[in-house]
Write a protein that binds this ligand. Structure first.
Ligand SMILES: Nc1ncnc2c1ncn2[C@@H]1O[C@H](COP(=O)(O)OP(=O)(O)O)[C@@H](O)[C@H]1O
Ligand SMILES: [Mg+2]
Length: 266
């Protein structure tokens, strides 16, 4: 049931990389995990070994109201995947208008997916504002904003701080409590990266879920269409990803009683 959205004001910050690899870490912790790609770039699938030439997906076909069970992929990692599907610019604009005109087009299948109480759903969203994020944020238990450890990110902290990143007024106040931040691409040996990370950590306190170091294995894993915990389980980045997964688990509401392992024993 829980839905976790990975979002960010900016693109190219590692949103998709973290959504894929944190999903894998949560799966390794014993969770049943479904990752969904809401970004028309359709790159989430590459982390799970789906060939570049395979353009099938859920969102790209949404106007035809597909049954998600017919589109879902069982990946080698054990994580279930709903790729976005390949789509051109006209298709992307058309899809966005269709969701704006008729939010139920997306809301109805999301309710059906989230009705499974034992399933943890992770959504990778496009950068910045989108109709998809607008619709998903109120359904989410957690919105994870990904920032890079640089000066631009430090400047975006006030927007994250007051929830303005996801709305205005009461809506912003509602979301502020569900927002967590992950800093990606931290280079402990670079003065600016360290300073930006320290500034963000000071401002956000416990809302900072953690940080992931900049390390070549992260980009290499994507090039090999594999996951970081698979190809380099002892790397620093792998340890960081496991730590983020622990933070996500801790920030989620408790598993409903009937689904706790000890329940039947009472
Ligand atoms: N911690 C990291 N260390 C090294 N490279 C990274 C790291 N995080 C992301 N990358 C690389 O940065 C690029 C952009 O990442 P991506 O996840 O696609 O960003 P976004 O989804 O925010 O657009 C990819 O090539 C990815 O491999
Ligand atoms: Mg992305």
């Amino acid at each position: 049931m829980p839905l976790i959205c990975f979002a960010s004001p900016k693109g190219g910050v590692g949103k998709t990389t973290l959504a894929a690899n944190v999903a894998d870490a949560l799966r390794r912790n014993g969770r049943r995990v479904l990752v969904m790609d809401f970004d028309p770039q359709n790159t989430l699938r590459l982390h799970f070994g789906v060939p570049l030439t395979d353009g099938a997906g859920f969102m790209a076909d949404l106007p035809k109201r597909p049954d998600w069970r017919n589109v879902v992929r069982q990946t080698a990692s054990g994580v279930m995947l709903l790729p976005h599907g390949s789509i051109d610019i006209r298709g992307t604009l058309g899809l966005s208008h269709a969701i704006e005109r008729d939010p139920e087009l997306l809301a109805a299948p999301m309710r059906a997916i989230l009705a499974d109480p034992g399933l943890l759903v992770i959504a990778d969203t496009p950068p910045g504002a989108s109709h998809a994020l607008n619709l998903l944020a109120p359904m989410s238990q957690l919105v994870v904003a990904v920032l890079l450890a640089d000066a631009t990110s430090a400047a975006l902290v006030p927007d994250i701080d007051n929830g303005r990143f996801l709305g205005a007024g009461t809506m912003a106040a509602l979301f502020a409590g569900r927002l967590r931040v992950v800093l990606n691409g931290v280079d402990p040996n670079a003065r600016l990266s360290r300073a930006a990370a320290e500034t963000v950590a000071r401002h956000l306190g416990p809302r900072l879920l953690g940080a992931v170091c900049r390390e070549e294995v992260v980009a290499e894993a994507l090039a090999a269409q594999r996951l970081v915990l698979d190809i380099a389980p002892n790397s620093r980045a792998a340890e960081d990803l496991r730590e983020i997964a622990r933070g996500v688990e801790a920030a989620l509401p408790p598993v409903p009683e009937p689904f706790q392992a000890s329940w039947g024993a009472r």
